[in-house]
Design a protein around this ligand. Structure first.
Ligand SMILES: [Fe+2]
Length: 401
């Protein structure tokens, strides 16, 4: 009989049994117990595999941790479970996630690192089975006193990814008064390990993300420092492209890629000489031919960076036209990658409305009419429609421009 499982009582009455018949019956009973144990182990394995699967698919660390705690409670059959993390500055443990009664009150409480069962595991890295907290001399009763929760038994395991203790996972109060055993502890340790790996992964992912964001920002400021007329252009094209992608119902991943491609779409202008890039007058045909190289230059700059594969088309093809008269490859219609057709609409609108040294930007209402006229010739009509549907009044766009 285990918590959460049905209690099954089987009473068999036999009379006048021979010895070998008794042996057979004993064997059947033993087999039944083994079967039950295997079944329980199976349930646990399936739950653990589920945690692993979900965690490897989720980028949201909080979701992963909350889910792990729910499963801990379920597998171990306890009243509560929690993750405490170390605050290195104050030398305390704080509740990152808690799933139990009185959790609102408990969540506020901080535990000094030199106190209690969690503190012991956090300091030493030693997991503990405490089936009667009143007999554990170091038990920190403050948490119960402040919250009104009554702790009877605790199971604790360290969270120590790459050998560094960053916190503790706890399961509290085995239901129905049964004791925690070594098997329970092994399960808790495994879940603690899974959480530890995920926390480290998420930190590394965040760091990498910040690094790429900063590199991209630097690239954009390098470009904008040289060409003040494009100041803010990259950001506005990113905002418009994002609105279009959302209106077209693209996936969050696709939206992210489009946003990144849009902010970098003109990065190739870094390779265009100053006298052309910053020329205040209209360009000659020869100069325009040089400017036209910027999509391919941008593509070449970024093509060797791993992880940017999906954004390159937006950079290389944002000056292709729907009617096939664009550059660099003269692609036509849906042969132009969608990411580039989206950026083209955003880019065209912003180019029309922003001021240039040789002309003033068009008013938004007029630019919108022009965009509609470009359907099928320069721009993909579906993308234009998605863009027009993404706002209700021109005033909404004026805020961005
Ligand atoms: Fe461009």
């Amino acid at each position: 009989y285990r918590a959460g499982h049905k209690k099954v009582v089987i009473r068999l009455v036999f009379e006048n049994l021979e010895d070998d018949e008794i042996d057979i019956i004993n064997e059947i009973i033993n087999n039944f117990h083994t079967f039950q144990e295997l079944k329980d182990n199976n349930v646990i394995l399936v739950e653990l595999i589920n945690i692993l699967k979900e965690t490897s698919e989720s980028e949201n660390i909080n979701y992963v941790i909350e889910k792990s705690i729910k499963i801990t409670k379920k597998i171990l059959g306890t009243q509560g479970a929690s993750i405490l993390l170390k605050d290195e500055k104050s030398n305390e443990l704080y509740f990152k996630v808690i799933d139990s009664e009185k959790s609102d009150k408990i969540k506020e409480i901080r535990i000094p690192i030199d106190k209690g069962i969690a503190g012991y595991t956090a300091r030493t890295g030693i997991p503990l089975i405490v089936n009667d907290v009143s007999k554990f001399p170091e038990f920190y009763s403050n948490v119960d006193e402040k919250s009104g929760f009554i702790t009877r038994s605790v199971l604790s395991a360290p969270i120590k990814p790459l050998g560094k203790i960053i916190g503790v996972i706890e399961a509290v109060n085995k239901i129905k008064g049964t004791n925690f055993n070594n098997r329970d502890l092994e399960i808790l340790k495994t879940i603690g390990d899974i959480i530890g790996i995920n926390i480290i992964n998420s930190l590394l992912y965040q760091r990498l993300n910040n690094l790429s964001t900063n590199i991209i920002k630097s690239l954009i400021s390098a470009l904008e420092a040289r060409d003040e007329y494009t100041k803010g252009h990259s950001l506005r094209v990113q905002i418009f492209s994002s609105k279009i992608a959302r209106a077209m119902g693209l996936t969050p991943k696709e939206i992210k890629e489009i946003e990144l491609s849009a902010i970098l779409h003109d990065i190739g202008k870094i390779g265009i000489p100053d006298n052309i890039l910053r020329k205040p007058d209209k360009l000659t045909n020869e100069e325009f031919e040089i400017i036209k190289k910027h999509p391919v230059i941008g593509y070449n700059i970024l093509s060797s960076i791993e992880g940017l594969e999906n954004i390159l088309d937006g950079i290389k093809y944002h000056h292709e036209r729907f009617d096939g008269k664009g550059y660099p490859d003269g692609l036509k219609g849906k042969d132009i990658p969608l990411i580039a057709r989206i950026i083209a609409v955003a880019d065209t609108l912003d180019a029309m409305t922003s001021d240039r040294p040789y002309r003033k930007g068009l008013p938004i209402e007029y630019a919108l009419e022009e965009i509609k006229k470009c359907k099928n010739s320069q721009l993909d009509p579906e993308v234009v429609d998605a863009f027009l549907s993404s706002f209700t009044k021109p005033e909404e766009l004026k805020i961005i421009l």
